[in-house]
Each structure stands twice: as C-alpha cells, then as structure tokens.
Design a protein around this ligand. Structure first.
Ligand SMILES: Nc1ncnc2c1ncn2[C@@H]1O[C@H](COP(=O)(O)OP(=O)(O)O)[C@@H](O)[C@H]1O
Ligand SMILES: [Mg+2]
Length: 224
C-alpha cells in the first residue's frame, strides 16, 4: 500500500484560553484522494486546515505530511513545505488587487524563482484550463466572484502541489457559480493529481469528494 500523504493521529487542539476545541482526531489521506470534512460553524474546520499547513500548532498527537512530523520542523521549513507542496483556496478569494490575473496565478512560481518566460507559459496554460484564457492582463477588480475563485484555483495548482486545501471555496458564490467552480476544482485536481482536503458546510460541495467526514469536538468520523 502507498504510504499516506497526510497522517493525523490522536490530534488534540486547544484554544488560547485552554478550552479543548477537539481531540481524538484521526485522518489519513492517500495521494490523490479527495476528502471532505463537514461540521458546524466554529467547530474548527479552518483551524484544522491551518494545522495541516503548519500555520497553527497542536496540543497532543501528531501530524505528518509526506512522512515529516510538522511539529518537529522549523518555521522556515514549514514555510517552504507549504510553498512547494501545498495549494490553498479560501472563501474570500485572497487574490492580490495590485497584481494582474497572470501575476496572481504565477505567484507560487515567482516565489520558487522560476524564469519569467516559464512562469508566463505555465500561467497562460492554467488560465486556459480554468476557462480564463485571455484574461491574464485584467486586474481582479473587473472579475466576478466565480472568476476570482477560478483564478485562485489556477494559482493553487500552478506549482503542482501534492495537497490542495480548500476552505469553504464556494461560500461566497451563488449556486450556479458555485457549481461551475466545483466542476473546475474537480477537473483541475484530477488533472494535477493533487490530494484534496475540502472543509465546507455545503452538501453540494462535499458530494464531490471520495469520502465525507464530520468534524465534532470528540473526533472526526465518517458521516452517518
Ligand atoms: N486565534 C484564535 N484565538 C482564539 N480563538 C480562536 C482563534 N482562532 C479561532 N478561534 C476559535 O476557534 C474556534 C474554531 O474556529 P474555526 O476554525 O474558524 O471554525 P470553523 O472554520 O469551523 O468555523 C472558534 O470558536 C473560534 O472562535
Ligand atoms: Mg472556517
């Protein structure tokens, strides 16, 4: 059996005030697998993604990504891991307003130090893949919410990450636009082979996943 890409065992997370947010969280994600985690608002879904990305610490248990224990890594090492091996899409798009669309999409490759020509070629291909061919010179202000989210998807996958992290990616979109964005996510994560961890309270979004789990304070379980 292939080793898991992500291995979370016995995770406990406390808030700064000491309250236990959740404990006994176990989650294995295989390379290329698409897992959705559902749970009510405030249960800690965004916190879980931050933990996986090495942006937030844990109080018990372990989190291993590609066989590396995140807690044992330096901040610089987790920054590099995040930059090279992960991609993110958030509810609020997080597209940089002063960069044009192509520059936004190419950002992960710029951070990796690729040449301008290679970045341009990859960004053009990614924009075409998400249905935004010819929009590279536009600025975010003239794009719709659904278009901005497709920009975010292109940016999240341009560097070929092993894991795509999606935090309520359709939360700000009307149902038709959300359906189109979900379609693009599914196409592009398949094309790239990235494993995907989606947190959402949308049944429609979760329905695309290979597995749907429910996050509770007592653990993460298959949805019943
Ligand atoms: N930096 C923080 N300091 C204190 N409490 C926080 C912090 N970040 C999140 N929380 C609390 O942690 C809980 C989980 O938040 P979050 O992960 O955003 O939940 P969800 O994404 O499921 O809505 C909430 O009760 C929130 O108020
Ligand atoms: Mg959240």
């Amino acid at each position: 059996m292939t080793p898991p890409l992500l291995d979370i065992t016995g995770l406990e997370k406390r808030l700064p005030n000491g309250r236990v947010l959740y404990s006994n969280i176990d989650l294995l994600i295989a390379p290329g697998e698409f897992v959705a985690v559902m749970g009510e608002s405030g249960i800690g879904k965004s916190t879980l993604l931050n933990i996986v990305a090495g942006l937030d610490g844990i109080d018990r248990g372990h989190v291993r990504f590609e066989d590396r224990e995140l807690a044992s890594m330096s901040d610089d090492a987790t920054t590099l891991l995040r930059r090279d091996r992960m991609g993110f899409v958030f509810q609020a798009f997080h597209v940089l307003p002063h960069l044009d669309i192509e520059q936004n999409v190419g950002l992960p490759l710029l951070l990796q130090g690729l040449s301008r020509a290679r970045i341009e070629a990859r960004a053009t291909a990614m924009l075409t893949a998400v249905g935004l061919a010819g929009r590279g010179r536009d600025f975010p202000a003239v794009l719709s919410g659904g278009e901005l989210q497709r920009v975010a998807i292109a940016r999240a996958l341009i560097h070929g990450p092993a894991l795509l992290l999606l935090d309520e990616p359709t939360g700000n979109l009307d149902p038709d636009t959300a359906a189109r964005v979900l379609e693009v996510i599914d196409e592009q994560r398949r094309a790239s082979g990235a494993a995907t961890l989606l947190v959402t309270h949308s049944e429609v979004a979760a329905a695309r996943a290979d597995r749907v789990l429910t996050l509770r304070a007592t653990g993460l379980a298959a949805r019943t």
